[in-house]
Design a binder for this molecule. Sequence first.
Ligand SMILES: C[S@@+](CC[C@H](N)C(=O)[O-])C[C@H]1O[C@@H](n2cnc3c(N)ncnc32)[C@H](O)[C@@H]1O
Length: 152
Amino acid sequence: MGLLTASTLLQELFAGKNVLEIACGTSYWTEVMGRMAASVLATDVNERVIALAKTRPLGNQVRFAVADMYRLAPEQPFDGLFGGFIWSHIPRQDLDSFLLWLKRFVRSQRTIGFIDSHPVEGTSQDPERIALTSTAKPFSSKRWKTEPSTKC
Ligand SMILES: C[S@@+](CC[C@H](N)C(=O)[O-])C[C@H]1O[C@@H](n2cnc3c(N)ncnc32)[C@H](O)[C@@H]1O
């Protein structure tokens, strides 16, 4: 799928919705969604990328916040949640817990979407390799049991 198709799909998915974006980076997808969504709260754990993202003129419907996706504590539920190129960073055995964790930030029956590249054998996105290296991962399942500590 090309970038144009992905962008169109994303806009259709989140049109008119209040969206929480995790791991937004410098806001590539934030800008795409921001054209159609009612609002986007774009978050990332990295203060420097958020500072860069904030320099982009994306409109009043887009806000940014520094937030760890494992310690989110938004003040209200969202209509949708999106993550670009973060899915492949989650160890395969943690994906169910990860989704359960994120579901609490969206209203029931609402939309959660991810975009990522197709895993390629032998690369850092190879699921086997992610699973194999996951003992050194920063995100253990215990994370989901901790109380959220970062407001966004
Ligand atoms: C591959 S980049 C993707 C950025 C953007 N979504 C895109 O598609 O261009 C991954 C991003 O995840 C962020 N990230 C990594 N761990 C995170 C965490 N625990 N909470 C929030 N963001 C995180 C990084 O800071 C980085 O900006």
